[in-house]
Ligand binder design. Structure first.
Ligand code: NAI
Length: 330
């Protein structure tokens, strides 16, 4: 049995981990996020289990290593929040969950798109106020529209298939095209080509130096006027201030975000009594054609179960033969 310090615990995942673990490992659930100031909680725990908004920078990792931690088990696919070079230097192994129900995130991206296009959230608010007016709620048929998928890995491929089912023309950009999607009719183009032709652009690439601010002022200029932008990848893929300008000038028709570059200080928290300090986010939220969710693409029963099973499997492998198929290295 290994002692696991579980950070940024939410009731919905604790329940699933308890069910899947069956008391095999000794898990202690901590509510705070993992940061340099909470890292001491993990003192004496061989394994730290962290999520997408925990801060695994050099200082935090140094404190964990000093406290006896040897394994960082990420409950996320993304690992852009971990200083991998520091982890290597400190002798910490890092494992992740490379795949868990790609349907959960792809379907959430489609959900953002449909809700924005058909103004579902605005219509719902109106009806609750007994306002049954249809003014301002006109959308468009997705059938026949061009949808650009940026990143056709596990999630992007599912997203592309769903949109093909709607009768859209799906075009895509990925450094490694998927021949199965090509067989289904997806046409690969370069990034600029996808931006120029798409009525909807949806981002599904990981965040890395190459993809940081992939959508910035220059790339937005290349997009069709009135295009929809959907981001369920990572906040850093998008320069949010450029998006704000493009919303003001009506260059972008609508924006759906499940992720935001500065989400750490806001997402997963109930700030309804306090409000938020992030003026850019507050301004984005104020637009009627912007829909923001709090990084909930993964929030389905199937995905949560997959995350728990793979995470516990990664930990067992570390304790057993030490062959870490899901290890992330610098
Ligand atoms: P994946 O690794 O299966 O696919 C990523 C694709 O992006 C690959 O096809 C790869 O070739 C392509 N790619 C990588 N770098 C590129 C570049 N510089 N230019 C062009 N293409 C590039 O990953 P998966 O599972 O589809 O996840 C994608 C991203 O979705 C994750 O990295 C993560 O950031 C995000 N995600 C968001 C979640 C949410 O709750 N909103 C949950 C899970 C993942």
């Amino acid at each position: 049995m290994i002692r696991i310090a579980f950070f940024d615990t939410h009731a919905f995942e604790k329940e699933v981990f308890e069910r899947e673990n069956q008391a095999k490992q000794a898990i202690t659930y901590f509510e705070p996020r993992l940061t340099e100031s909470t890292a001491l909680l993990a003192s004496g725990f061989e394994c730290v289990c962290a999520f997408a908004n925990d801060k695994l920078d050099g200082a935090t990792l140094a404190l964990l290593a000093k406290g006896g931690t040897r394994l960082i088990a990420l409950r996320s696919a993304g690992y852009n929040h971990v200083d991998l070079a520091a982890a290597k230097r400190l002798g910490l192994k890092v494992v992740r969950v490379p795949a868990y129900s790609p349907h959960s995130v792809a379907e959430h991206a489609v959900c953002l798109l449909l809700a924005l296009n058909r103004k579902i959230f605005r219509a719902h608010d109106r009806v609750r106020e007994m306002n049954f007016s249809l003014e301002g709620l006109v959308g468009f048929d997705l059938f026949g529209k061009v949808v650009g998928v940026v990143g056709t890995g596990k999630i992007g491929a599912v997203f592309a298939r769903i949109l093909l089912g709607f009768g859209c023309k799906v075009i895509a950009y990925d450094k490694v095209p998927d021949p199965e999607l090509v067989k289904l009719g997806v046409v690969y183009k370069n990034f600029e080509g996808v931006l120029a032709e798409s009525d909807v652009v949806s981002l599904h690439v990981p965040l890395c130096p190459e993809t940081k601010h992939l959508i910035d002022a220059q790339s937005i200029v290349r997009m069709k006027t009135g295009a929809y932008l959907i981001n369920t990848g990572r906040g850093g893929l998008v320069d949010a201030s450029a998006v704000l300008k493009a919303l003001k000038s009506k260059k972008l028709g609508a924006v759906g975000l499940d992720v935001y570059e500065e989400e750490e200080s806001v997402f997963f928290k109930d700030l309804s009594d306090e409000g938020i300090e992030d003026d850019l986010l507050a301004r984005l939220i104020s637009f009627p054609n912007v829909l923001i969710t709090s990084h909930q693409g993964f929030l389905t029963h199937e995905a949560l179960t997959g995350i728990a099973q793979t995470t516990l499997g990664n930990i067992e492998a570390f304790m057993g033969n030490g062959v870490l198929v899901n290890e992330v290295v610098a």
